[in-house]
Design a protein around this ligand. Structure first.
Ligand code: HEM
Length: 453
């Protein structure tokens, strides 16, 4: 494979994004309509330069260039102002660590996400999905976003901490997480860095929610250590047991704390957003909805889904994959160059910011025919093999690829199957949904009517 250091063998098209203003550059366009603006850029080049204030920022629009960035994690490290703002919230965990330390951390956290452990977490998923699907009242409208967030918060909290304190932890996480996610996003996009310092009610709510989450994690860690009962089958036990093959080192309490906070912030809203979009898309596509119901009825025959059913719920998985294509929760993430390098024949100075946008790739008609249409069968093996390598990146790629990808896919498949087994989710006519590109690409409140099947 070609690396970023080798000369390009093909001619890449470079462009400056249109519509920039003196001083502000493209900051206003990015602030107002980031999805439309970014999705318009592949038409101009394979590598497009934007100005966000005085800083040049690069958006690779061709999957090959995106891959070069993702696989060269040493040169294209996570960094820049966004990461600096995330550190007081996430500490030094997988998302905020720099390249060298990330490798060590990943070796230590990876065992918590091995297949055998996912099978254990799946027991929590089965129970919680069943509980969710039996909790609704026929024909009483629900806010799907709210329900999916509550479900993924319960699943993640109970997979992390399988203790008697779990119900308390769930309530605390459900209350605090949305406030922290929203506040973290406000801080991330504040170019002045001053917003967080103002005596605003929103800042006080954020500080309070963050303190409560930190205290909760500390309590869970103290409780685990005091109980001294070995492997409980949860994520926390796996983090305590982890030993680095290369150095023999383990993680300190603070490191475990930071990994737990990272998992909570990375794993709950992402999965919930994609599930919400899946219900929204199914509500507008009766043929896909009918195919989902047919599969669930055939595989489950009226019972609740189990982990062992997941491989046979192939259409259900395709529905989720297609929702992730159209509305990738991680719609934008960034890298910063640690040294001068070359991308697509363009010289990038050290400390250049590079934007990676799965949303841009997933909506590019050159990569996905008829990109706006919801077509789960584009993920049938015989069709999926034609998708260009690196064009579909809902979980990112390279050494920082989502560590929870299988966790999230399993959870979402079980949730879709459990709910579709019982309910037809009817859209409410006239409901308008606008994607909200925030920390995740969320749908905002989405009211639908569950009708018994
Ligand atoms: C559908 C659901 C999910 C989506 C779309 C998603 C997406 C992503 C993406 C795109 C990245 C890479 C970001 C980058 O390269 O900068 C990432 C990283 C990460 N995700 Fe997920 N994620 C999902 C679910 C989860 C779950 C369920 C967990 C944990 C339980 C999780 C934990 C993480 C962590 C810890 C990282 C950082 C990994 C590292 O840097 O080594 N994610 N996720």
């Amino acid at each position: 494979m070609r690396t970023a250091q080798q000369p390009a063998t093909r001619h890449w098209r470079h462009a400056l994004a249109p519509g920039g203003l003196p001083l502000a550059g493209h900051a206003l366009l990015m602030g107002r309509k980031p999805l439309q603006f970014l999705a318009s850029l592949p038409a101009y080049g394979d590598l497009v330069e934007l100005r966000l204030g005085p800083r040049p920022v690069f958006l690779p629009c061709h999957p090959e260039l995106v891959q070069q960035v993702l696989v060269n994690a040493r040169i294209y490290d996570t960094g820049g102002p966004v990461k600096e703002k995330a550190k007081p919230i996430l500490g030094n965990g997988l998302i905020t660590s720099d390249w060298a330390d990330h490798r060590r951390q990943r070796r230590l956290v990876q065992p918590a996400f091995q297949a055998a452990r996912i099978a254990t977490y799946a027991e929590v998923m089965e129970r919680e999905c069943e509980a969710e699907s039996t909790a609704w009242t026929a024909r009483r409208p629900i806010d799907v976003s709210h329900e999916m967030l509550a479900l993924t918060a319960r699943v993640t909290a109970r997979a992390l901490f399988s203790t008697d304190m779990a119900p308390h932890a769930v309530a605390e996480i459900q209350h605090c997480l949305p406030i922290v996610v929203e506040g973290a996003y406000r801080q991330a996009i504040d170019p002045t860095g001053l917003l967080a310092k103002l005596p605003l009610a929103a800042n006080r709510r954020f500080d309070d929610a963050l303190t409560r989450l930190n205290q909760l994690i500390d309590r869970m860690i103290d409780d685990y250590k005091a109980a001294d009962d070995g492997d409980r089958g949860d994520v926390l036990s796996a983090l305590f047991a982890a030993q680095d093959d290369e150095t023999g080192g383990t993680m300190s309490d603070q490191e475990i704390h930071d990994q737990v906070m990272t998992l909570l912030l990375a794993g709950i809203e992402t999965t919930a957003s994609a599930l919400t979009w899946a219900w929204f898309l199914l509500g507008r596509n009766p043929r896909a909805e009918a195919a989902l119901h047919a599969e669930v009825d055939e595989v489950l025959g009226g019972r609740a889904p189990r982990y062992a059913d997941v491989p046979r719920l192939a259409y259900t998985q395709r529905v989720f994959s297609e929702a992730l294509r159209l509305f990738p929760p991680a719609w934008l993430f960034t890298r910063t160059t640690t040294e001068a390098t070359e991308l697509g024949g363009r010289r990038l100075p050290p400390a250049s910011d590079v934007l990676i946008s799965p949303y841009v790739l997933h909506r590019d008609p050159a990569l996905f025919p008829d990109p706006e249409s919801f077509d789960p069968d584009r993920w049938l093996p015989e069709r999926a093999k034609d998708v260009a390598r690196g064009a579909y990146l809902p979980f990112g790629g390279g050494s920082r690829k989502c560590i929870g990808d299988v966790f999230g896919m399993t959870e979402a498949t079980l949730a879709l199957a459990a709910i579709a087994g019982r309910w037809r989710m009817r859209p409410i006519p006239g409901t308008k949904i606008r994607p909200r590109p925030q920390m995740s690409l969320t749908a905002g409140p989405l009211r639908m009517i569950p009708e018994p099947r």
